[in-house]
Design a protein around this ligand. Sequence first.
Ligand code: SF4
Ligand code: MSK
Length: 671
Amino acid sequence: MAKKRRTPEEASIDSSTQEMLVLAEGLGIGTAFTRADDMAACPIGADGLCCKICSMGPCRITKDGQTGVCGATVDTIQARNLVRAISAGAAAHSDHGRDMAFTLKAVANDETEGYAIRDIAKLRTTAAIYDIPIEDRAPKEIANDLADLYIAQFGQQKGELALVKRATKKRQKLWKEKGVTPRGIDREVVEALHRTHIGDDQDAEHLMQHAIRTALADGWGGSMIGTDVSDILFGTPAPVLGQANLGVLREDMVNVVVHGHEPTLSEMIVAASQTPEIIEYAKEAGAQGVQLSGICCTANEILMRQGIPAAGNFLQQELAILTGAVEAMVVDVQCIMQALVGLADNFHTDIITTSKKVKIKGATHIEFNEHKALTIAKDILRHAIDNFKNRGKVHIPDDRTDLVPGFSHEYINYMLGGSYRASFRPLNDAVMSGRIRGIAAVVGCNNPRSQHDQLHTYVTKELLKQDVLVVETGCGSIACAKEGLLLGEAGLDQVGPGLREICETIGIPPVLHMGSCVDNTRILTVLTQIAQEGGLGEDVEEIPAVGLAPEWMSEKALSIGTYCVASGAYVIFGGSSPVSGKPTRVPDSDLVTRIISEGWEEDYGGKLEFIPDADDMIQATLEHIDKKRADLGLPEYDPDKYGQSGDARMTELESLPLAERRESIYGVAAD
Ligand code: SF4
Ligand code: MSK
């Protein structure tokens, strides 16, 4: 019997997505939504109960007490599967970071075309952390030394990653005691693969300890390098006006959608698209110019730095092509669905792969090389413009929302205190007083097995009502952007009174967009700086804060979750647990679940839990925040205590006659 397909409304809460799903159905074209409906996830694999690491298997553990052919227990199999997933995620992020470091080296040595060091202040600040001399030195000299230091982190064999010193002293000491301080980025990933080979590490607890070390090599290594270098080369983000959703595509322009993760090519495509020769070339082809937009985290990279619009998040990549308006989708690495090529065959869209590491059968490959970056970016754009004449019928949903992204940790620090007294003090004070109940990072992917964007937006909105300040990255931030939550006062009527006062006073949206997947390291930095500021404990584990990935799907998300836990955070994932074992299937299979929750909480102060229900997620978040507040001796959260200042107070005062207004302000009756 054929499985029932969801209606577009059941598949997504986003109206433009629903519109495109109706169109796809009319055209008889499948998408990730229909493929997910048509193919149930394998229940044994989903629970982490299948091992296929040697050819005596694959072994499926479906009964209590059963083992694999080699005797591996359910605990070993689940732990090995999880370690491998976390290492793959760490590898993906870190290899991105490595490429960024090599680009910095090439820029420092004048070997590239089109790049410059845009943020010299960040270069100097970052170099100074590692005692690289900065006084009386040219930016390129400093950049060369920093690039060498960063490149060395990948192949380092002994000692500690240099970036670890950016964590709190207490955390560094804890990692050392637990033996999980990463030695070198590649070393931890390779060791994870070694340990999970047949006949190696077969103690779930020991395996999971290495998962921590590997994930730390990502969060306090590869990803952090990726963020640092992107800021140095392309500028540290600061608030900028942008737009999100499929309606950013333009009928009268050549549409080029960049998709993936690395900003090296997309930044160059932005630059190339603004050159007179490319604009002229587009006009000769009958278009008004080139409209660039992004999908996934490449979108986030150029949105938060350049204000280039985001056409959508992960589950909208196919839908962008379905508009018939995209001349080229230019992809680099990660989160690119293979289905794009087959889908594009129904339209004129050219899928262009650009990374040395990623080819997709049937796609056009134009290999990117930073030494000729601008030339290649222009070639890609000309290729797209040449395709404009092949465009057929176009259907672009009239759906786009303004947003203000670009809240790097540097900008948050600045916005709270200005140039002369930049500090996290006001934020800490707001949490301590209870105006802000706590902080939540709502991050991560979309997953077609849940309703697109629903969990991200529901969880975010409910937490905002409870005076929880929300920071976001990745596809979750695009989900909330589409709902108008990333735009100044637009979402403030749905925000708790204390948080509203803070947003109005500082002039910020209730949800702060902090960037792409690698930029979750910005959240680590913010939490560390909050701890160092004082008043909210000495370390991340004491802060009333929670991380959530409600619609996660990628191995990178598991690595992010794990490094946040190892840094002291409580992390909640939605969807299903990859190590649940479902008590009814294999009753005695909860060891790994206990290790990553209770075990890690005991060791690192943070824990990883999988909670499928949105309301349960919210309740767990608030309980954790309130517990941390109580542990710190902070006043109990009271929603009625605030809301009498900020814009609400101004409006109230403005409505009063002058004399009453004066009395209300100064407590002095009018003469
Ligand atoms: Fe089966 Fe053991 Fe081989 Fe895994 S390692 S497939 S459990 S025999
Ligand atoms: S792109 S890893 S779907 S956030 Fe970073 Fe989005 Fe998740 Fe990919």
